[in-house]
Design a binder for this molecule. Structure first.
Ligand code: ACO
Length: 382
């Protein structure tokens, strides 16, 4: 049945809008099982991948459809290494932007500048790799520029996660920080038809270029209902400060009608498996911050159950992301851009999947305005 013939019982109405439950594409990349609380990347359970693989391995899995052999991983790393510089034009853009600019806006602008200067034609895997490798370079260069420092040359011997940390500070990162960041990047690399991935696929479906798909996806990820939540989780933890203040802070927040950041999910109606991994990482990475976060989590879940009974609101990936990312030394406003530095692998893999079997994504809207109005020329209108 089309929207035109379906009358008032449209899908949008039945689903309360937001395309809830609508299958918008087929994908072999990742599957989110909301009731079971299960996430797989190409058939591999996220719990098996999180602790032992690197971001590069998972990017390979998403891009090529299989886990790499040692040699294949070396080849990918060599190709990524060859992309480990920023064009002068992109550095000029970073220097031109105000130091107070939000890093997510800077990332969006710099990716657009990078695309304008280097990317043409139909999306390719080489372009996906070139774009992905630029994310940490852009973020670290801007972070240094805004602090009055020169951007650094990338380190040729470090992997994706370690090079990012090195470029921010100029110090060789601690092994435990690299491992924590790598696990975070693995956990966030893809997640079914989330809002930013959908955005990327819509843009790809018009036969636009890959940089445009990623620029659009960054814009979608930025919002607090999607990837913008972890810095707000950090703000919440900072505002609460101590465990004894948590309950009154959370009650006041809910009484104002605010949403508690880091809780609830469109698909998961049980615990997000990524939150489970990140909780354990946070427990080890920063025991003090973990103690506060854990108390806040317990109280938030109890209050959400009390005040939103039956809504099945659980901890999502963003809650403990904040603790993990801050434990490796990232400032709060780099949390969401760092999420983007992981999800770009998923976005680009989805774009390549879309173009391989493309049909323009063009849904319909249910019109709710007036049907027949009498037109009155401007000079006769009252
Ligand atoms: N705090 C308080 N109440 C909530 C929350 C929350 N975090 N999340 C949902 N609810 C309530 C809603 O108010 C609504 O209540 P109502 O039925 O009384 O109106 C009910 O639960 C259902 O909410 P919806 O808005 O229908 O849920 P939806 O699927 O549209 O939203 C979302 C999912 C956006 C993630 C939501 O849970 C939310 O805003 N969470 C906070 C922001 C956040 O953590 N975002 C990160 C998500 S993870 C990611 O994108 C990577």
């Amino acid at each position: 049945m089309t929207a035109e013939t379906s009358g008032t019982t449209s899908t949008a109405k039945q689903n309360r809008g937001g395309l809830e439950g609508v299958i918008a594409a087929t994908t072999a990349l990742s599957k989110v099982e909301g009731t079971a609380g299960r996430l797989i990347y190409r058939g591999y359970n996220i719990h098996d991948l999180a602790r032992t693989t690197s971001f590069e391995e998972i990017a390979y899995l998403l891009w090529y459809g299989k886990l790499p052999t040692k040699m294949e991983l070396v080849d990918l790393k060599i190709q990524m290494l060859e992309e480990r510089t920023l064009p002068t034009g992109v550095l000029q853009v970073l220097n031109y932007l105000p130091p107070t600019a939000a890093p997510m806006d800077v990332l969006r602008t710099a990716v657009s500048a990078f695309g304008a200067s280097t990317i043409q034609g139909k999306p390719t895997l080489d372009q996906a790799i070139a774009l992905t490798e630029r994310f940490p370079l852009i973020l670290a260069a801007f972070h240094r520029i805004r602090n009055g420092l020169e951007p650094l040359e990338a380190h040729p011997e470090l992997g994706y996660a370690a090079n990012y940390l090195y470029l921010l500070t100029g110090q060789m990162p601690k092994e435990e920080h690299v491992r924590a960041l790598d696990a975070y990047l693995v956990l966030l690399a893809d997640h079914g038809m989330n809002a930013s991935t959908f955005t990327a696929r819509v843009i790809a479906s018009t036969e636009s270029d890959i940089a445009s798909t990623v620029v659009g996806a960054i814009g979608a990820l930025k919002g607090p209902l999607h990837g913008g939540a972890p810095s707000k989780v950090q703000e919440m933890l900072d505002a609460i400060g101590t465990e004894d203040r948590a309950e009154s802070w959370l009650r006041d927040s809910l009484a104002r009608g605010d949403r508690l950041m880091g809780f609830g999910h469109r698909v998961y109606k049980t615990e997000d498996p990524r939150a489970e991994e990140l909780r354990e990482m946070a427990r080890i990475a920063d025991p003090q911050q973990f103690a506060l976060a854990h108390k806040v989590e317990e109280l938030a879940l109890a209050l959400l159950e009390e005040q939103k009974p039956g809504r099945r609101l659980y901890t999502n990936v963003e809650f403990y992301s904040a603790v993990v990312l801050s434990s490796v030394g990232l400032p709060g406003d780099l949390f969401t851009p760092t999420f983007a530095a992981s999800r770009v692998a998923g976005w680009t893999a989805h774009v390549l999947e879309q173009v391989a079997n493309n049909r323009l994504i063009r849904p319909e809207a249910e019109y709710t305005g007036p049907i027949e109005q009498q037109f009155v020329p401007l000079d006769e209108r009252q």
